[in-house]
Write a protein of this length. Structure first.
Lengths: 188, 138
């Protein structure tokens, strides 16, 4: 079946054809789960909260006005659900915000990273980011959301989101540089 | 400077997109849909039930009846003592003794208040009984 716009599936669900909600779940499950996993740091909890986020979205679908993109609305539900869960459980994770931004982080030749190792590099580098910066990177670079949309999801101000994105990018470069150095060191 | 950042952003975007996001378990979608159908069924059940159930109307009717009786008794000037003498004439010894003790205790409060208190107790009992029955049926 030819993929349709989100609004098509939403209208179908709202008209009583609940089965169509599965298209929405299939489309967004990875990103919703990734956000949940980063915030909760546990696969079981992340699956539970990702599921909860979809259920909340289904129950509130009638109130979705379409002023923002459906994905932005869904990510905001996910982000808030996961943050509430960490507060409820009074989880205080040790901060991973200890990556010191190096001078080399100003520029980096991403093509220098071997293609066969890229997926692993990206996964490991993203894991080292704190959850707020990870969410920003995910939304901005993976989902190509605008700064305004990111603000809607996270509740950050535009200036704060920009600063955090800038820092996140520098941190990613720092982490990737260090990983490359370590790998070279191992080879030599 | 902005141009340089835009190029950097584009490169990083392309680079990050060559990686993969985390995925939930294989039956995640099915589990979500099962929950969605459960929610839908629960919602439809709530919608199909009248806002005010049968139990509510029975209780309301009984309460209205009770209030009417209390009003009539108060209007005709029947007091607690008279109620007791009526019971004595019927000669229902044990029951009458119970009522005697009960109404003697209530003698200090106006009959209307006593009636409302009694009525409320009966209504609470009925409500509990009816809700238990509907729970068993469902």
């Amino acid at each position: 079946m030819e993929p349709k716009d989100d609004n098509y599936y939403i209208e179908k669900v709202l008209s009583g054809e609940t089965n169509y909600f599965s298209y929405i779940v299939e489309k967004y499950q990875d990103i919703v789960f990734s956000i949940a996993l980063k915030v909760l740091r546990n696969r079981e909890d992340a699956e539970e909260m990702a599921q909860e986020s979809f259920i909340k979205a289904y129950k509130s679908l009638g109130s979705f006005r379409g002023s923002a993109k459906f994905s932005t609305w869904l990510y905001r539900i996910t982000y808030n659900t996961c943050i509430s869960e960490t507060r409820k459980k009074k989880q205080h994770f040790t901060s991973t915000d200890d990556v010191q931004i190096s001078d080399e982080a100003e520029e980096m030749n991403l093509d220098g990273i071997p293609e066969e190792n890229r997926a692993r590099y990206i996964k490991e580098a993203l894991e080292k980011l704190p959850e707020d910066e990870y969410t920003l990177v995910l939304l901005y670079y993976f989902e190509e959301k605008s700064v305004d949309e990111i603000c809607t999801v996270t509740g950050l101000s535009a200036s704060n989101a920009k600063v955090k994105l800038f820092r996140a990018r520098k941190k990613l470069y720092t982490i990737l540089n260090e990983m490359l150095k370590d790998e070279l060191h191992t080879i030599l | 400077m902005n141009m340089k950042r835009e190029i950097e952003d584009k490169k990083l975007k392309a680079f990050l997109k060559s990686g993969q996001l985390e995925s939930p378990g294989p039956d995640f979608s099915n589990r979500v849909m099962n929950r969605v159908f459960e929610e839908k069924a629960a919602l439809e059940q709530v919608k199909s039930e009248p806002l005010l159930g049968k139990g509510f109307w029975i209780i309301l009717a009984l309460f209205a009846g009770l209030m009417a009786v209390v009003f009539v008794m108060q209007g005709s000037g029947i007091s607690g003592g008279q109620t007791f003498s009526f019971l004595k004439e019927v000669n229902t010894s044990a029951v009458a003794t119970g009522y005697q003790n009960f109404f003697e205790k209530l003698g200090a409060v106006p009959l209307s208040v006593a009636g409302i208190l009694l009525g409320t107790s009966v209504l609470l009992f009925l409500e509990k009984y009816l809700s238990n029955r509907s729970y068993v049926v469902s």
